[in-house]
Design a protein. Sequence first.
Length: 134
Amino acid sequence: MPTLARISISLEEELLEKFDRRVREDGFPTRSEAVKALIRRALVENEWERGGPVAGTVVIVYDHHKHDLLHQLMHIQHDYGDVIISSQHVHLDHDNCMETVTVRGDAARIRQLAAALKSVKGLKQQTLVMGATA
Ligand code: NI
């Protein structure tokens, strides 16, 4: 069990009220847990901004009847084989497919991949999930 440090912070009452409301809505058991989650997320986002080794996933949803789109997505993924660990394809319904592309490597390179995927016309969704440092 890690040693816990105790800190105290001062903030405007209005900000605290908004934060407490958010803590309740998000289902955090305590303020401390909510603050820890915020700090961790900020640190992860910072890692992704600075570059360096990170891991995450890119989720894309598209209609597989659009053959040109399918080829473009395939092409891009082959070009970024150096940072793609795996990709999982799920047939959502008759028309729609969801792919979860798991990535690991340099943050800047992964951002390039995410941007390349986003640039494909006709995608229904493209979301980059920033994971913790690899
Ligand atoms: Ni499919």
